[in-house]
Design a binder for this molecule. Structure first.
Ligand code: C2O
Ligand code: CU
Length: 482
């Protein structure tokens, strides 16, 4: 009896031991599998990126040299009335600079403004020292001084340039231009057109309202104007022939206004976002074009469209605004036939939703103590810091990185990252698969957005809200890639 009992006890004990050992082994195995799958997923996410865009560009030896001057001037937005502006080379928008992929651009820039300035080449992957951000990679260029910008863009596409000093005033007064980097596809369209969409806050005398960064602008979504123009025209129009296939590059240079261009009956497809070709084309209407964003739209004009006019409206707010009009007239031409240009290498990154967040940025505002002065008593903050107070964050070079923006405020924030293109992974925790890269993403009130990217361009890069008033009131920091 006792012996049997003991044996029974021993048997139970052995069972217990075996079970414990099994649990331990299982635990170990699952830990190793777990950590392995984490590694594998970061690595496989890197692999999935592949050659979605290149780290380096082969220069073709051709140097395109231009002189660029910023100065005061006048334009006529309303017939018969002069509006004083600041501009590049005498026009608003400034010059449409066109180069070929592989060309080196050399810009001899002179500042003839009554204010210091710099030029930032928005979306262009330039060497860090050419990025034009005072306090980070360039000293401001004083009135009367010059600076040479020289770089070889690594990507073909639609880019633009603007100052990075008090953008709330300098962009609003008219300082912006476009940089188009062409590839072989550019020539195949019947027309390649740039529309720079901007809004102005004009006084009753048709002058730029000189009260920049008002308390009201700061407490809201920045400075929204009372006049919308395309290429500084109230009624921009384009005349085409039936059958033409047009590439329309739309740039939002506004301080703060968001647009949702709508193309009505036109067969219009987005082939590129923020300069870079998409993975799959999508209908062009209702893309949210926030300050900084660009879309390239492929438009096929029907061959029986003689005499038609197509209006392109902005439908972002409940008041619809006409942006421009395409008038069709003349002989029918043969429609250029080629596949939509796309970038099949853009990763889907379906697993990215499960990858760890490397850095979180909380976006918010706070009242400044004293409440006096130019900024209307409000600062816009990233992680409770207002630029020039900031903490740079270091990204993992050539690896998968994921960051999370949490908009704790009720205002809009188009967040822009210099030097990198990223993909939106989720909105409010829900996975999204945008079939394109971006350099600027719009966060709505209280929205959370996760983005991911592979940093290939070394340096310290600005990251900020592209609403100029928010950026000038502190909503900027930097990231470091080394
Ligand atoms: Cu167009 Cu720092 O931005
Ligand atoms: Cu903002």
């Amino acid at each position: 009896m006792t012996i049997r009992l003991n044996i029974h006890k021993i048997k139970n004990y052995a069972k217990f031991l075996i079970i414990m050992v099994l649990i331990a082994i299982l635990g170990l195995v699952s830990i190793t599998i777990g950590s392995k799958s984490e590694n594998i997923s970061a690595e496989s996410l890197r692999d999935e990126f592949g050659i979605a865009y290149t780290e380096d560009i082969e220069e073709n030896g051709n140097v395109v040299e231009i002189d660029l001057e910023a100065s005061e001037g006048e334009i006529e937005i309303f017939d018969g009335y002069k509006t004083k502006v600041w501009n590049y080379n005498g026009s608003v928008p400034g010059p449409e600079i066109r180069i070929k992929l592989g060309d080196t651009l050399k810009v001899n820039f002179t500042n003839n403004l009554p204010d210091e300035t710099t030029i930032h080449w928005h979306g262009v992957r330039v060497p860090n020292a050419m990025d034009g951000v005072p306090g980070i990679n360039q000293d401001p260029i004083e009135p009367g001084d010059s600076f040479v910008y020289e770089f070889t863009p690594k990507d073909a596409g639609t880019f633009w340039f603007h100052p990075h000093v008090r953008g709330s005033e300098q962009l609003e007064r008219g300082l912006f231009g476009t940089l188009i980097v062409e590839d072989d596809i550019s020539d195949q369209y019947s027309k390649d057109i740039v529309w720079v969409v901007d809004d102005w806050r004009l006084t009753d005398n048709y002058q730029v309202d000189p009260y920049f960064v008002t308390g009201h602008d700061l407490a809201h979504d920045g400075r929204w104007g009372n006049v919308i123009t395309v290429n500084a025209n109230l009624n921009e129009s384009l005349t085409v022939q039936p059958g033409e296939r047009i590439r329309l590059r739309i740039v939002n240079s506004s301080n703060a206004r968001v647009y949702a261009p709508s193309f009505g009956r036109l067969d219009a497809k987005i082939i590129a976002v923020d300069g870079m070709y998409v993975k799959e084309v999508q209908n062009a209407s209702n893309f949210e074009l926030s300050p900084g964003n660009r879309i390239d739209v492929d438009i096929k004009i029907p061959s029986d469209a003689d005499g038609e006019s197509y209006k392109i409206f902005d439908n972002y707010t409940r008041y619809s605004n006409q942006l421009g009009i395409i008038n069709v007239e003349g002989e029918v031409v043969e429609t250029p036939s080629f596949e939509y240009p796309t970038n099949p290498y853009i990763p889907d990154w379906e697993d990215a939703i499960n990858a760890e967040v490397d850095k979180e940025y909380r976006l918010n505002a706070r009242r400044t103590s004293g409440g006096m002065g130019m900024m209307g008593g409000i600062e816009w903050t990233i992680n409770d810091k207002a630029y020039p107070d900031y903490e740079p964050f270091e990204f993992k070079y050539n690896e998968f990185n994921k960051i999370k923006f949490t908009n704790e405020s009720y205002r809009l924030h188009p967040m822009h990252l210099h030097g990198q293109f990223f993909k939106v992974i989720s909105r409010n925790g829900k996975q999204v698969n945008e079939l394109f890269f971006r350099d600027t993403v719009l966060l709505g009130p209280q929205e959370t957005v996760e983005i991911a990217f592979i940093p290939l361009d070394k340096g310290e890069w600005a990251q900020h809200c592209h609403i100029q008033e928010h950026a000038d009131a502190g909503m900027m920091n930097t990231v470091i890639v080394k």
